[in-house]
Write a protein that binds this ligand. Structure first.
Ligand code: GCU
Length: 335
């Protein structure tokens, strides 16, 4: 997405403002919240946001509308976060990875092999730590409403199968716009290349990168499986997707509007988790049937390769790093 297209989108949004009144609506003002994100429309997370938008419309009797714009139409994840801060865009859904540059504590999700299993992951996210992290960005004008399941991320490559970190050596692997992802690739021995999600298909196709990493629904729904023949389920990180609202917009909502939005978000979480589990299995099968070799490697060498990342946080006297070290400890203490 070029900066120019994005700026045009922002201007449009700014001029439309988030409160629109049409002549017919003078007596009944309508609140329109625009939500931009980068995933395709067939993706479970997109479907969950449509579900949330339906609930908002029904509960407000048509007075609150959430308009969902997929496929980076309103900008990539970093651009959408910035637009929220500036108040040009009301809502976005991003991965926790690009949030790291705005909210230091979000880096904790990028610590490889942090969660024992998905039960541990959800216990942390549904509990006080998860809540604390959703609200951590408020001073940066970013408020998290809920988390969506984005499974575990694993490597996929075009022409070399990855069985251990040694196989990543010399390969250019696309990563998200995230310091933690770059650290992880360095620790594992590959070469990290940050590229926005919407540009990745072309980058893979044209050989700008040799591979990438993601969950099965994103690998398949973004059609990356058409160009990558190997998918290695090393499951290095569990980065949640996060539904965000700009605090400028949030503060302008009435107590009732806030409640409608939050409850709809919470309901969409339950819906999305079921949808996710189905889609994860289905998409792995789609990849397999298309001829992708699915590799289930021994995870131990991957775990060992990223140990320096854990050590750096746990032994640091730098306050920002130590903050992550404390969070790692608290997360590990969750039974
Ligand atoms: C996941 C996540 C997206 C993110 C993407 C990426 O698919 O749901 O929000 O953009 O990973 O790798 O960039």
């Amino acid at each position: 997405m070029s900066r120019c297209r994005c700026t045009a989108g922002w201007l449009l949004l700014a001029s439309a403002a988030f409160l629109c009144t049409s002549p017919a609506a003078l007596a009944r003002p309508r609140l329109v919240l625009k939500l931009g994100h980068g995933l395709p429309t067939t993706h479970a997370v997109h479907k969950a946001m449509l579900f949330m938008a339906d609930r908002v419309k029904a509960r407000s009797e048509g007075q609150m509308i959430v308009q969902v714009f997929p496929n980076e139409q309103l900008g990539n994840e970093k651009e959408c976060i910035e637009a929220l801060q500036l108040g040009y865009l009301a809502m976005t859904k991003v991965s926790s990875a690009p949030m790291e540059s705005f909210v230091n504590k979000m880096k904790v999700f990028g610590v490889p092999y942090l969660f024992r299993d998905s039960e541990h992951f959800w216990k942390v996210l549904d509990g006080p730590i998860g809540r604390e992290l959703l609200l951590e960005g408020e001073s940066k004008r970013l408020r998290g409403l809920c988390y969506y399941d984005a499974g575990a991320r694993s490597f996929y490559t075009k022409s070399r199968a990855i069985h251990s970190p040694a196989d990543l050596s010399g390969l250019k692997i696309r990563v998200q716009n995230s310091i933690m992802a770059v650290k992880m690739m360095q620790a594992m021995g590959g070469s990290a290349t940050p590229i926005p999600f919407g540009e990745l298909y072309t980058a893979l196709d044209q050989g700008v990168v040799d591979g990438a990493e993601n969950n099965a629904p994103s690998f398949v729904q973004a059609r990356h499986y058409e160009v990558c023949g190997y998918y290695t389920l090393d499951e290095h990180t569990c980065l949640p997707d996060i539904l965000m609202i700009g605090t400028r917009v949030w503060k302008k909502l009435s107590a009732e509007q806030r409640q409608i939005l939050q409850e709809a978000a919470d309901e969409s979480v339950r819906y999305q988790r079921t949808l996710w589990l189905e889609q994860e299995q289905k998409d792995l099968q789609v990849a397999r049937e298309a001829g992708v070799e699915i590799i289930r490697p021994d995870k131990q060498p991957f775990r060992e390769s990223v140990r320096p990342i854990w050590d750096e946080f746990e032994s640091s006297s730098d306050q920002k790093l130590a903050e992550i070290g404390d969070l790692i400890d608290r997360i590990q203490e969750v039974p």
